[in-house]
Design a protein around this ligand. Structure first.
Ligand code: PLP
Length: 373
């Protein structure tokens, strides 16, 4: 089975989640739009899932829209608002360290005549709220800043960003794909207008996620067709996937304090062992507020691709940055924005731990790392 230290890329589904999904493949397989009993059962399951997810966010069920994952939710949030607010302006603020789902959407919008401000981050990966405030213009329609970064784990000052955005009459979307299910996230406390999440990052199924849109906010339809998701996101609902996501969200919420503590303790253990036993290492996970499971380390004088290959041969799975950029071997845009040196970027490895990792696994990983030539 190996040692899986890549939970920021994806996670293993929980048995309870699979069990919850199973009846919706073969027993309750009805289309939620059908009026007979089989359809009614699927509709009931969707309503239940919507309410459960809303509860975890301190939101209302009608503020949750199901999507095919985080990428779709990010695309929809940005494109849906630009369409709905096109009379107001064509300026968007984001950061240099966003996931490609946000960055590439912004790049596309640039080609359509929008102006995008890409905020800098400091050496720990945090945006500067003063820089954000001064970037807001009369024609700014949207701020899109991630809740927590997928490569280095930095948590952004989401509540402050909401306050600044609202004081200036600008909408705020946050990509919480790495944060939701890992740390407490609340629509009530945090104040964002929109939020993206994805089930496979919190032990749910792949290919399903949601977009939260605050009740008063109008957003344009993303996928046109039938009347699903009140006509905003057409297409027959992925009922088993949505049921599984809701179960995974409930479990994550119930077990969060314990999971956070456990994962954080293992992450700290891994870093203290690496920093004590391996020369020339620096941690790129250095912000005050960080996700519990992420540790991004630069191994001086090393090539991350080589290290990952070696770890892979020992059945230890980690990553060179985000899973999405690991194929193309481009230097990490996140570490570049944080001002890391080319050597630090070349030797960067992201370990992302989950609640199911163990101390023995850390021991085995250290054994391999310390023997590496
Ligand atoms: N946003 C962030 C921060 C992510 O880490 C990811 C996935 O790696 C995504 C968006 C995309 O989510 P999905 O895989 O559900 O499309």
């Amino acid at each position: 089975m190996g040692i899986y230290l890549d939970h920021a890329a994806t996670t293993r589904m929980r048995d309870e989640v699979i069990e919850e999904m199973m009846p919706y493949f073969q027993t309750h397989y009805g289309n939620a739009a059908s009026s007979y009993g089989l359809g009614v059962e699927s509709r009931r399951a969707l309503n239940h899932a919507r309410t459960s997810i809303a509860d975890t966010l301190q939101a209302k069920p009608e503020e949750i829209y199901f999507t095919s994952g985080g990428t779709e939710a990010d695309n929809w949030a940005i494109r849906g608002i630009t369409e709905a607010c096109k009379e107001k302006g064509k300026h968007i603020i984001t950061s240099k360290i966003e996931h490609p789902a946000v960055l590439q959407t912004c790049r596309f919008l640039e080609s359509q005549g929008y102006e995008i401000t890409y905020l800098n981050v400091d050496s720990s990966g945090s945006v500067d709220v003063k820089e954000l405030e001064s970037a807001i213009r009369k024609d700014t329609i949207l701020i899109s800043i991630m809740y927590a970064n997928n490569e280095v784990g930095t948590i952004q000052p989401v509540q402050q960003i909401s306050e600044i955005a609202h004081a200036r009459g600008v909408l705020f979307h946050t990509d919480a794909v790495q944060a939701y299910g890992q740390i407490p996230v609340s629509a009530k406390r945090d104040g964002f207008d929109m939020l993206s999440a994805s089930a496979h990052k919190f032990n749910g199924p792949k290919g399903v996620g949601f977009l939260y849109v605050r009740g008063y906010q109008k957003i344009d339809s993303f996928i046109r067709g039938g009347e699903q998701e009140v006509g905003k996101r057409a297409g027959t609902e992925n009922v088993p996937g949505i049921v599984g996501m809701a179960k995974a969200a409930e479990l994550a919420q119930q077990e969060m304090p314990e999971r956070m503590q456990r994962t954080q303790r293992l992450r700290n253990l891994l870093w203290s062992r690496i920093s004590e036993e391996i020369p020339k290492v620096t941690s790129n996970t250095s912000a005050k507020d960080i996700l519990p499971g992420i540790l991004n380390v630069s191994f001086g004088g090393r090539e991350s691709a080589q290290m990952l290959g070696h770890l892979d041969r020992k059945e230890i799975y980690a990553s060179g940055g985000s899973a999405c950029s690991s194929q193309d071997r481009k230097p990490s845009h996140v570490l570049l924005a944080m001002g890391k040196t080319p050597e630090e970027i070349r030797g960067a490895v992201r370990f992302s731990l989950g609640y199911d990792n163990t101390e023995e696994e850390i021991e085995l990983v250290m054994d391999v790392l310390t023997k590496m030539r």
